[in-house]
Design a protein around this ligand. Structure first.
Ligand code: GLU
Length: 420
């Protein structure tokens, strides 16, 4: 049986790259593990008057290159090892994107679909107040992730601000609402960055028989923030979004779906299922559809040893974190299907988080054009840096991305020296 523990997977990916890095064994051992794992068990008074106990985590993996940075996830499947994996992926992601942050991640074990707004707010406030000064504008900066959004970030800001008076606290969290120090282009940044990568991959000739996103057949697995906007941007670039899925199921329309209308449908009905003009598909089947570009945009462990042989995409672009397992990576590589790895493909989110943080510190608000222009440049540079390494050293792209990240993190650590 394949080991699907996300932290074991992160360590396997790391090991595949670490052997190419010239750094001391001790330093490489240190980077395998997070610096600090915080676990909090806390009570929350529910709407019906009962008290429920929730478990939350904040894992700080590494801050050699800058403050810890990473989202907070609300999901029933959150585990300590998942958050540890996600935190380490943030370290490598911020290094690949070349932004001055380290890596962290947070999570609360809960089912947001069964919580009222008031309950989510209480969970958020209690979680943040118990983290206390473990987070901070120059220490560790949370952001949105699965089932958290700008509203959640407003509560995080408010809670921190109420307990840390007399300083500019806007940069303590990113992905905030526009009216409260958020940045133009942040909500769509993960998807934008992912589509920029797909366009670069096509331009670089990596997608067999495809010369432009216009006319390409795209499949999106997961129709949340990253997936829905990725579908929208692909559609606007002339691609045909032939299928999309969410946790309730999938829809197929070989002539192409209109993502705008699909978003409206999902907002109204709670799922993509039942979209007029589409046929129903099993959630797992979307991954096996014949298409040009497959965008996994949901959770970890979607393309595994069990289905990698059946993937019929010409390119996989990982908008989600950790959707492909190491065994599946080997299969896809052998079959000549390039994967744009998560720590590159979804790096647009944290990149615009960085721009938001800079705007908050400088008390500025940039327009959308400026943000997008900067994001495009960052994505294009990171994409070619990764794929140049992949080509020159004959590595699969994920290992190439790790090599780039590890080089940057170990270099900075050596420059700083080990304290004391
Ligand atoms: N949760 C997002 C990610 O996995 C964004 C993190 C951030 O903006 O700090 O990259």
């Amino acid at each position: 049986m394949e080991d699907l523990n996300p932290f074991h997977i992160a360590q396997t990916q790391y090991a595949r790259a670490a052997r190419y890095i010239r750094a001391s064994d001790g330093l490489l051992e240190n980077l395998r593990r997070p610096e600090r794992t915080i676990r909090i068990d806390f009570p929350v008074k529910m709407d019906d008057g009962t008290i429920q106990v929730f478990t939350g985590y904040r894992v700080q993996h590494n801050n050699a290159r800058g403050p810890f940075k990473g989202g907070v996830r609300y999901h029933p499947g959150v585990t300590e090892d998942e958050v540890k994996a996600l935190a380490s992926w943030m370290t490598w992601k911020t290094a690949v994107m070349d932004i001055p942050f380290g890596g962290a991640k947070g999570g609360v074990v809960c089912d947001p679909k069964r919580l009222s707004t008031e309950e989510k707010r209480a969970i958020t406030r209690r979680y943040v107040s118990q983290l206390g000064s473990a987070i901070g504008p120059m220490i560790d900066i949370p952001a949105p992730d699965v089932y958290t959004d700008a509203t959640t970030m407003a509560w995080i800001f408010d809670t921190y601000d109420m307990t840390h008076k007399g300083q500019n606290n806007l940069p303590v969290v990113t992905g905030k609402p526009l009216e409260l120090g958020g940045s133009h282009g942040r909500a769509t940044a993960t998807a934008r960055g992912c589509i920029f990568c797909v366009e670069e991959a096509i331009a670089r000739g990596l997608v067999e028989g495809v010369r432009s996103l216009a006319g390409a057949r795209v499949v999106v697995q997961g129709f949340g923030n990253a997936g829905a906007f990725a579908a929208r941007f692909a559609h606007r670039a002339g691609a045909k979004v032939i299928a999309a899925s969410d946790s309730s199921g999938a829809v197929l329309a070989p002539a192409g779906l209109d993502p705008e209308q699909l978003m409206a449908h999902k907002k109204q009905k709670g799922s993509v299922v039942g979209f007029p003009g589409s046929s129903v598909l099993g959630g797992a089947e979307v991954l096996e559809l014949e298409c040009d570009v497959l965008i996994p945009a949901a959770l970890e462990n979607q393309i595994t040893a069990a289905n990698a042989e059946r993937v019929r995409a010409k390119l996989v672009a990982e908008a989600a974190n950790g959707p492909t397992t190491p065994a599946a990576d080997e299969v896809l590589h052998r079959r000549g299907i390039p994967v744009i790895p998560d720590i590159l493909a979804n790096g647009g989110g944290v990149t615009v988080s960085y721009y938001e943080w800079v705007q908050n510190i400088q008390d500025e608000q940039w327009d959308e054009e400026r943000v997008e222009g900067k994001l495009r440049k960052k994505m294009v540079n990171a994409f070619h840096a990764v794929f140049d390494i992949a080509t020159e050293r004959k590595l699969e792209p994920r290992t190439a991305a790790y090599v780039l990240a590890l080089d940057r993190v170990t270099r900075v650590t050596e420059l700083r020296g080990i304290w004391p």
